[in-house]
Design a protein around this ligand. Sequence first.
Ligand code: ZN
Length: 451
Amino acid sequence: LSAEVSDTVLRQAADFRDRALEDSDAYRLVERLAVEVGPRFAGTEGDRNAVAWAVETMRAIGFDTVRTQSVRVPRWERGTLEARVVTPYPQPLVALALGGSVGTPESGITAPVVRVETLADLEELPESDVAGRIVFIDSMTRRSRDATGYVETRPSRSQGPAAASRKGAVAAVVRSVGTSTSRLAHTGGTYFPKDVTPIPSAALSPADADMLATQVRTGETVQLHLKMSSRSLPDAVSANVVGEIRGTRAADEIVLLGAHLDSWDVGTGAVDDGTGVAIVLEAARLIISSRQRPERTIRVVLFANEEFGLTGARAYAEAAAAEEARHVLGMESDLGGGRVWRLDSGVGESGLDTVAVIAGLTASVGAPAGNNKASGGADLKYLREAGMPILAPRHDASRYFDVHHTIADTLDKVNAFELRQSVAVFLTAAWVAANTTTDFGRFPDARRETP
Ligand SMILES: [Zn+2]
């Protein structure tokens, strides 16, 4: 299909694929990260421990170089939260503060609820219906293999509280953006632009959102009481951790494998994004231990602070723009460790043949060719805006959003067999991309949103 991938490289890639499927051990790495470090929210002691863990682990794996890149991160502290229905039928609510929320006064806030089903419905409400109230945004997240359900409802969390504040709301509660059936609330970042007053903001478990919606449907005035001590603190310093396997022929051409090192504070970040960290590290480990060297440089980047504002991704992209080295292709694993079911891309015309060659190799492990409309993970945002083409192995996300950003993001949710298949796909793709002269072109559409 393409003269740009030699028979030798095809054979090596197939060998790597088969070896990864049989005896890669990414699970051991997730286990170590989840057990030895655990929660690692940006700017915390856990985050600093994670950076030290990553440096030590990458050195032990045997990367040619391992370095950290300093990143400034915002600091936010969850504090305590108490939420309950006061009228008409008093009940406690299971909820988590959203990252970026402010606290309530010490005595809490009691106010009537106004319920909307979508962010668009909120935009249409007159201010008089919102002012002085607690806005309840009740958007239900659809279960989906490709994460489109999450992409649809994410703005209700990330932008909903600010929209409520603009209309004078005193607080916001959002149906968790997630698919938990276990009465778990899903946290996540919410953002208040500079001209908007931050208000206390929390996510309700889906079950509690159902119950609250039913109380609202009685037509009686529903009042909530919220008491929260969340607050922001001065910025802290964290780091991206970068390891390289230097290329033999074109060391200044980089094939990037990314994942994020930070996690939310509530779980142990085994799934988000411990699995991604383990997949990219294990792919690199298998290359290093084979004693074969790639022609292009394979660079693993463990990004700081994906969860609370992408500051690690921004710092990395700024430094990359000043580097002489060129990113020829980027991949990221940040959708849990589920099986990769398709290989999508976002490359220029000149890269399509080689992408097809890669998909030809991964099809036999269940990841056939997909479309060229992918945008890759959140941490690749600034790089793709600068033109870096993307290869996007799509993890099956059907169950990912059951535990995403919850206290249940723990090691027991990680499936060792599925991880091996993911490693096989990332490793195959990385080996071919790093051993071809293919110009993958530029990312076709900088405005594309990421799932
Ligand atoms: Zn993530």
